[in-house]
Design a protein around this ligand. Structure first.
Ligand code: 3HC
Ligand code: NAI
Length: 697
């Protein structure tokens, strides 16, 4: 508890006032912290015994920025801009002593100080764009004055944090201090902080842009192209332009205006929802307090196929030794050869060094005998998708795994409880469903079986995080959350083709929406035989998809699928043969083909998925709507600025979604398209999916 208020402490070290921010966990600049800072700086200003001020935070954070939970609520003064102005105006030198993160409003606060020093592990940045915003407390005006337009634009438009050594090289901080904080900063201040210096008054770094009218556009163009949140990216560039072309006050006013507009935008609301949903998803529901994950020092993976290879790489990349088991030397060589190839590609691209690749590769060993899993703390099965085979493997794992090892299946659809039942330790069994390519995609569905123990679950989640994944806990059902919803989209895709659309039209509806790929281009990439085999196993049919496979069109790997692939084997072009195949299929079913609008295509693809999401939520397969959104973002490349399917449903309005689903059900006679009871109820009551479970709205 500080002596100014609950969040701020003012200490004296001789003639230096040390103001400490302590608002756990990350010193978000909520009202109490702002108010405490105002009071502390006033006291330092009025105290004749104070010659210098050092402003610092905790080891974890100088400050993580404005308090995002306050957005959309009535503002309370002092606002952050007033606090920063008061600091900048102080007639005594102020030094920001940065440990941990100084992000967003946190960095803006440091830019209001007259000097900045940082610990070697500190990270400084303006990540507002990742929330669909721009820095709103002077960051777009002060950072260019400190480090020049070009670097400032890059930092603001990418939102990526700058590690302390790079910040020092750029001049964002004056010194990097190894010693203990705040003592080292106080000593530095005594030596170096001679007089107040106000960035607001500085213009020398703006001169290149003032002398060269085209500079900003040249620097901004490639950055804008890559930026995800387009509206915010454009505002960032315009605000920085104002820094060069206008006075500080005019630039700051424009920045403010953009901020107020953006904070109300759907893009920003969606990205803020994503921020909180990702953090909420980490809180595993119904886990008794005090449950600790088990230690995982060694892993094993069964099967070195597409998924097994990628999963093994995840462990090796995180420094965890991993044993891969296969049925034959040939299969093992093939699998490890693919892993080797992946590492070589990374080295060629420059993303890792050859030494690093060799170090990772050395953590992977191949074996043909199940006895080799005996030391593993976690075993992940990734053999063919066949229940009988999986059961056989689980019996083997039960025989060989050490007591307490977590035993997981990477199955896409199958029942984890059935696999657990053949072992003597169902409490240690669960699903760990990775997404292809497993070494790249961040989603991990952790499937909780009926008998999975809290410790095993906590361990799988902790391991997921340790290997850089975003784990989301889900329940057992056919396809879990992601694939179960995807199946609804797939069925509509096929129906749309039969009713009159072509693959490129369906795909365009989704790429225009923001997906990187449409469902048919995606299918071609993954291989159309995957779905075909699944349908064969279930005795179901998809007339167009089956016809393609039966004609040898398996996708990119055979040079043709829903599209034809040119010389590079990767660029899809519409194929008249496919059009004929589709129109023939329509004719054989006596369907009168019609023109289908892009709007209808989009709604037909997304709304049935959302409807399935509502069923998943109602059944408790997902704990919160936000979990479903996180799954779609990290497993299926749902565009982040659209917030995920369940959030998107709220934006377009649940009553609208429900009414369209009724219309689709009427037109097709497919009763499964009728709104799920939960969706119907929420649509009628005016509530959102966020009101279900513990999710935020
Ligand atoms: N406001 C409110 N809460 C915040 C927050 C913020 N700016 N930053 C983090 N939190 C909360 C998280 O929601 C989480 O809460 P929980 O424990 O209840 O789930 C908790 O702090 C810890 O966060 P993490 O789990 O993310 O902790 P990490 O140590 O992994 O990461 C971090 C810390 C790097 C600060 C990360 O939280 C982060 O990136 N935060 C957002 C930073 C950001 O975007 N700042 C800009 C805000 S907008 C702004 O400043 C506008 C200004 O220009 C006017
Ligand atoms: P794959 O066919 O590429 O690889 C399976 C591997 O398992 C083969 O190398 C095979 O030799 C090996 N294998 C078979 N029996 C074995 C045994 N008794 N002991 C040791 N190894 C054995 O299959 P893929 O695509 O890697 O799929 C594996 C699992 O992952 C399946 O359950 C699948 O549903 C699931 N999955 C697949 C995804 C994909 O996109 N391919 C995505 C997510 C999950």
């Amino acid at each position: 508890m500080g002596n100014i208020n609950a969040c701020v402490d003012l200490q004296r070290d001789g003639d230096v006032a040390v103001i400490v921010m302590d608002n756990p966990p990350v010193n978000a600049l909520g009202f109490a912290l702002r108010d405490g800072l105002m009071q502390a700086f006033a006291r330092a200003r009025d105290d004749a015994g104070v010659r210098l001020v050092v402003l610092t935070g905790t080891e974890r954070a100088f400050s993580g920025g404005a308090d995002i939970t306050e957005f959309g609520k009535p503002p309370r003064e002092p606002n952050l801009r007033q606090v920063i102005t008061a600091i900048e105006d102080l007639p005594k030198p102020v030094v920001a002593a940065i440990q941990g993160v100084a992000l967003g409003g946190g960095l803006e606060l440091a830019l209001g100080c007259h000097y900045r020093v940082a610990a070697p592990k500190a990270r400084l940045g303006l990540p507002e764009i990742k929330l669909g915003l721009l820095p709103g407390a002077g960051g777009t005006q002060r950072l260019p004055r400190l480090i020049g337009i070009e670097k400032a634009l890059e930092i603001i438009v990418t939102g990526d944090p700058v590690p302390a050594p790079a910040a020092l090289a750029l001049g964002m901080v004056e010194a990097m201090l190894d010693g203990p904080f705040p003592a080292a900063a106080v000593a530095w201040a005594r030596q170096n902080a001679t007089a107040p210096r106000r960035l607001r008054e500085r213009t020398d770094k703006l001169e290149p842009a003032r002398a060269d009218a085209g500079l900003i556009d040249r620097v901004a163009a490639p950055l804008l192209k890559r930026a995800r949140a387009q509206q915010a990216a454009r505002a960032c560039a315009e605000a920085v332009r104002a820094a060069a072309e206008k006075s500080f006050d005019e630039g700051a006013a424009l920045e403010r205006q953009f901020f107020m507009e953006l904070v109300k935008s759907d893009e920003s609301k969606a990205l803020r929802h994503v921020f909180f949903s990702e953090r909420e998803a980490q809180k595993v529901p119904n886990l008794p307090a005090g449950v600790e994950p088990r230690k995982v020092l060694r892993a094993a993976v069964i099967g070195a196929g597409t998924m097994g290879g990628g999963i093994s790489m995840c462990f090796a990349n995180a420094g965890i030794p991993v044993t891969v088991i296969e049925t034959s030397q040939e299969a093992l060589d093939r699998g490890l050869g693919r892993v080797e190839g992946n590492y070589n590609t990374s080295v060629k691209r420059g993303s890792i060094t050859a030494d690093e690749a060799a170090r990772r590769r050395a953590l992977l060993e191949g074996k043909l005998d199940f006895a080799a899993i005996a030391d593993a703390d976690i075993v992940i099965e990734a053999v063919f998708e066949e229940m009988e085979l999986k059961k056989q493997i689980f019996r083997e794992l039960d025989r060989h795994a050490k007591p307490g090892a977590v035993i997981a299946s990477n199955t896409s659809y199958l029942d984890i409880n059935e696999m657990a039942a053949v072992t003597s330790r169902p409490g240690d069994v669960l699903g760990m469903h990775f997404f292809s390519p497993a070494n790249v995609m961040r989603l991990l569905e952790v499937v909780r079986g009926a008998k999975t123990s809290p410790e095993a679950l906590a361990t799988a989640v902790a391991v997921g995080r340790a290997i850089g994944k975003v784990p989301v806990v889900v329940g057992v059902c056919d396809g879990f959350v992601g694939n179960r919803m995807l199946a609804r989209r797939g069925a509509q895709g096929e129906r749309l083709l039969l009713e009159g659309a072509l693959p490129q039209e369906v795909d365009r509806a989704l790429t225009d929406f923001g997906f990187r790929m449409g469902p048919f281009a995606m299918g071609d990439l993954a291989g159309l035989d995957i779905g075909w085999r699944l349908r064969q196993a279930r005795g179901t049919r998809a007339i167009v998809a089956d016809a393609l496979v039966e004609a040898g069109r398996l996708g990119q790997k055979t040079g043709k699928g829903y599209y034809a692939y040119g010389a590079d084997g990767r660029t899809p072009t519409p194929d008249p043969e496919v059009e004929k195949l589709i129109t023939d299929a329509s004719a054989s079913l006596q369907i009168q083909r019609r023109a289908i609008s892009q709007q209808e295509i989009l709604e037909r693809l997304l709304f049935p998925m959302i409807n399935e999401g509502a069923r998943i939520l109602e059944e408790g397969i997902a704990a919160r709507a936000g979990d479903i959104d996180v799954i779609w973002l990290h497993g299926y490349n749902w565009p982040a600025y659209r917030g995920g399917p369940m959030f998107y449903a709220g934006l377009v309005g649940l009553p609208y979604v429900a009414s369209r689903l009724e219309a689709f059900a009427d037109a097709s006679g497919d009763a499964s398209l009728r709104p799920a009871p939960l969706l119907a109820r929420l649509a009628a009551s005016g509530e959102g999916f966020g009101s279900v479970g513990t999710a935020r709205g």
